[in-house]
Write a protein that binds this ligand. Sequence first.
Ligand code: NI
Length: 380
Amino acid sequence: MSLLKIIEAPDPRLRVISSPVDGVDDELRSLMDQMLETMYAAPGIGLSAIQVNIPKRVIVLDIAGSEEDPDPRYFVNPEIVWQSDEMENYKEGCLSLPEYYAEVERPGACHIRHLDYDGKEHLLKAEGLLATCIQHEIDHLEGILFVDYLSVLRRNMILRKLAKGDYGINSVSITFPEGVTITEIGEILKLKFLDFDEATFLRLAKGKEGFLFPDTYNFLPNIGPRQVIFEMEENFDQKLEPLMLEIEESGHSLEEIIIMASLLEEEARTRQTRKMIAGILWNRIELGMLLQVDAVFPYIIGKNTFQLTLEDLQFDSLYNTYKYPGLPPGAISNPGLQSIESALQPTESDYLFYLSDRDGNTHYAVNFEGHKRNKRIYLR
Ligand code: NI
């Protein structure tokens, strides 16, 4: 027996509504046999005829586990006659959406009237996995896919990824360097994709500074602002996941760690120096001292350390760490993993001051006298 070809989303044929069958004859039984073989070979636990491009109301199912004996079930002209009010969540997949799985909420139990392999009428009372599976397959007969239950964003992302393989739309690789700001992310995207809606991106990304993970992404040229944010946030969650326990135990909130990391990202380049400076800045916070971090100025007034005037240091912004004690109210960029880890694993020391010379070396001091001495020696 030859296997049938399973069509995959976003093939529009999956959106066709299937027609009822007149009755069960040998030809239809042969189709059901072939569908079952195809389903077992895939392997899958359910298949509707439309998935092999036959728009008839026919479904095969087998939810027996791999250790159990096969338990094939056949449904011709199935009809849901009752559904429970109680809902249940199952992680669903589909042979027409290979490699994608997502939680879908459906009625936990249902009754299905249908004809069987011999054409006899039955009423199936299903619950649990069987109920989920039969409702998923009946959806196929209506042109509905399980991703239709997800957010528009998530659905489009999945369908677009699948489309890429079928229709050859090429994605573009874009790198956002560590320490990139939301404004810069918008500029980079606008440079790569002329139609990119930068203004909407900036509006939607407001308040997310620090939480859009800097990395290399593959985006389709028609990507929208929402999807960029979604993918960068999702990557952030994935990258931070292994650190979450450590963050919980650090005595700092995730937000504080990210804000600190964004300062470290700009203040130093190496892991060792970042960890030293992290220790110093946490010390200062504990003592109620001003942080006096210059790195906030490019963010609030666009000037770097060597351009700052005394007046600039008094610029009124909650981000001005010369004026307001503690961490600024938000991150000043989107830090990389090394800075995040440095914020989390500070080097303990008695130092309260540091400065970078023009060669990029950092010099530490325990008090203001020592700091002034370092300034005289290294910043002349
Ligand atoms: Ni399916």
